[in-house]
Design a protein around this ligand. Structure first.
Ligand code: ADP
Length: 302
């Protein structure tokens, strides 16, 4: 199984023809309120890919709590390691215009309460059921770094999606088995200008020099570059007609984690991840667009 240590938000999205200028009010066309957060999206992606999946995370004591928990529950994510804390559930406040352009304010709220002690308890509670830990950077960096170290010490395969990109303490990298940045995150962290497979290999080398065992750089419609000390490999993307690329990276990482947890060879897990990422772009929205195992099987065998 998979243990995700990360964020849960209620995604509050207003759709309008154009985004308002500063100080302006515009009338919108639609509104949605759904489960989101990179942690929750990756947990849903892993669960839909077939892995028993737990989330170590915090929600608040408010009406958004039931909305996000029922979202996780409906996709089969185990809730035993989700804590309810005083205060409010995290929120992503999103505006989208008719061309798909958006802006987002994320307010962490309860996500800021996730602690190193809670992570340790969740590792203990899921011991024996979980082989993979998925991490992102939407909870406190100190908690993510602690989780990487504690997860590695517990023998888990530690996968870090360094999003949103931010500088991290140098000593976190040696606890990371697999890092999964997209182009812009790889560039922000390594300083290498990443614009295709060749430069992605150079960015991958930066992570390996710091102790990461395997760098997997996602390149959108250009697929994935995988870099280990032994070899470099390019996985092309599956050809699809994208309608909304939100959560392609979360679909990729969640499905990759589920594949590794199921004991697949890592190259096969990467290939399944690229299929999940491609499928996620063919539906609007984040968690509703994450494919299940059958859909991934079907795309791979076509
Ligand atoms: P993020 O969503 O984090 O920016 P990417 O855009 O790199 O991540 O997408 C993750 C993976 O999903 C890609 O490596 C690719 O395999 C798949 N994917 C994303 N966009 C497309 C696309 N337009 N066509 C096919 N596959 C895609």
């Amino acid at each position: 199984g998979v243990l995700v240590v990360g964020s849960i938000t209620a995604d509050v999205t207003a759709f309008s023809q154009r985004l308002p200028n500063r100080g302006e009010t515009v009338l919108g066309d639609d509104f949605t309120l759904v489960l989101g957060g990179k942690g929750a999206n990756q947990a849903v992606a892993a669960a839909r890919a077939g892995a028993p999946t737990w989330m170590a995370a915090c929600v608040g004591r408010d009406p958004f709590r039931e909305i996000v928990l029922s979202g996780l529950r409906s996709h089969g994510v185990e809730l035993s390691e989700v804590r309810t804390v005083e205060g409010r559930t995290g929120v992503a406040h999103i505006r989208v215009d008719a061309s798909g352009e958006n802006d987002i304010v994320i307010t962490p709220l309860a996500n800021a309460d996730l602690s190193t002690e809670m992570v340790d308890e969740s590792i203990r509670a899921t011991q024996g059921s979980v082989g993979v830990m998925l991490l992102q950077l939407e909870v406190r960096a100190e908690v993510t770094c602690h989780a990487a170290k504690a997860g590695a010490a517990a023998g888990l395969t530690v996968v870090l999606d360094p999003a949103p990109a931010q500088p991290l303490p140098e000593d976190v990298w040696r606890h990371v088995d697999i890092v999964t940045p997209n182009e812009s995150e790889a560039q922000a962290l390594t300083g290498v200008e990443v614009d295709g497979p060749g430069s992605a290999v150079r960015a991958g080398a930066w992570f390996l020099e710091r102790g990461v065992r395997h760098a997997v750089i996602t390149l959108g419609s250009a697929g994935v570059v995988s870099v280990t000390a032994e070899r470099t490999r390019h996985f092309p993307a599956f050809p699809v007609t994208p309608v909304d690329t939100t959560a392609a990276g979360d679909a990729f990482t969640g499905c990759l984690g589920a594949g590794i947890a199921a004991g697949l060879p890592v190259d096969l897990a990467i290939q399944r991840g690229t299929a999940a990422g491609a499928l996620a772009t063919t539906h609007p929205g984040a968690s509703p667009s994450l494919p299940d195992r059958q859909a991934v099987d079907a795309l791979i065998t076509t």
